[in-house]
Design a protein around this ligand. Structure first.
Ligand SMILES: [Zn+2]
Length: 281
């Protein structure tokens, strides 16, 4: 088995990946060099290192020698043949860059993925309560849209929580969005996530992520579609800040799958005339 990975910084998720390489008997780790990816347009956001401050593959290779004795080869045009020519099973982090490499160079190979994202699983702490809402059977359009929202949430690289949102107006899907760190999704892996310093429900506005609700309402604004009278579909009950955004935007109904209300967010929304419907799929 060989491993192929892009490692921008040393963090626990990547070290776990290296340990998995050891456990699985990986014979060689191919390390993706960002410079090698520079011509690839879809990875422009990774290559803009001025804002990302990622380490070079050479630095990462040197650092990883402290953690593993597995030989490490920096992937370049010169070493590509060695990777492509091998017939071994390939172990890769589960991320979009790996998918790109598989589609472009590794068709037909046996690929295994490992999750490298770090997610915090804190106990339920802080001032929260079950939202006081109505539960009903749903038309197919609603369940279909909520399934789309769940798929959208999977795209989020947020350490804390993956949230998906859809805005629907007059039965038409206007926008889909997930909670997304700005200006780049990878930034928490470099600088950390300020949100992770606090417990669930505490200081929830301390973060670099654009929430999914903000994403869909902003997208509607870009498209020139008023959210007034629209319906919002969410994986998670909105935070207090988004609750105010939803009310101000004139959204009339919010469908959500799970979550908790902070700062009486449910009472606030109902008071503003927004109908709340919790849905079980
Ligand atoms: Zn929010």
């Amino acid at each position: 088995m060989i491993a192929i990975c892009y490692i921008p910084v040393i963090h626990q998720g990547y070290l776990n990946f290296i340990r998995t390489c050891e456990d699985r008997g990986v014979s060689n780790i191919f390390l993706v060099d960002l410079e090698w990816l520079r011509p690839v347009e879809e990875f422009d956001y990774l290559v803009r290192k001025n804002s990302l401050h990622a380490l070079t593959a050479t630095d990462i290779k040197a650092a990883l020698k402290e953690y593993t004795n597995i030989p490490i080869t920096i992937l370049s045009n010169e070493t590509l043949g060695e990777m492509v020519g091998s017939t071994d099973t390939v172990l890769m982090p589960k991320e979009d860059l790996s998918t790109f490499l598989v589609e472009k160079y590794l068709g037909g190979r046996d690929i295994q993925y490992e999750n490298i994202f770090l997610r915090w699983n804190r106990e339920n702490l802080g001032e929260t309560k079950e939202p006081d809402v109505l539960a009903i059977d749903l038309p197919a359009f609603i369940t279909t849209t909520l399934h789309q929202v769940l798929v959208e949430a999977e795209k989020s690289a947020d350490w804390w929580r993956s949230v998906g949102a859809a805005l629907v107006k007059d039965g038409q899907l206007i926008a889909l969005a997930h909670n997304e760190h700005m200006p780049h999704e990878q930034l928490p892996n470099v600088f950390g996530d300020p949100r992770a310093l606090f417990k669930k429900g505490v200081n929830i506005n301390y973060g670099t992520a654009a929430h999914a609700e903000l994403g869909v309402i902003a997208e509607a604004a870009r498209k020139g579609v008023s959210p007034e009278g629209g319906e919002l579909f969410l994986t998670d009950f909105p935070c207090p800040y988004c609750a105010r955004l939803i009310a101000k935007a004139g959204v009339k109904k919010v469908y959500f799958l799970k979550g908790y209300a902070v700062l009486e967010g449910d009472e606030f929304l109902k008071g503003e005339g927004v109908e709340l419907v919790q849905v079980g799929l």
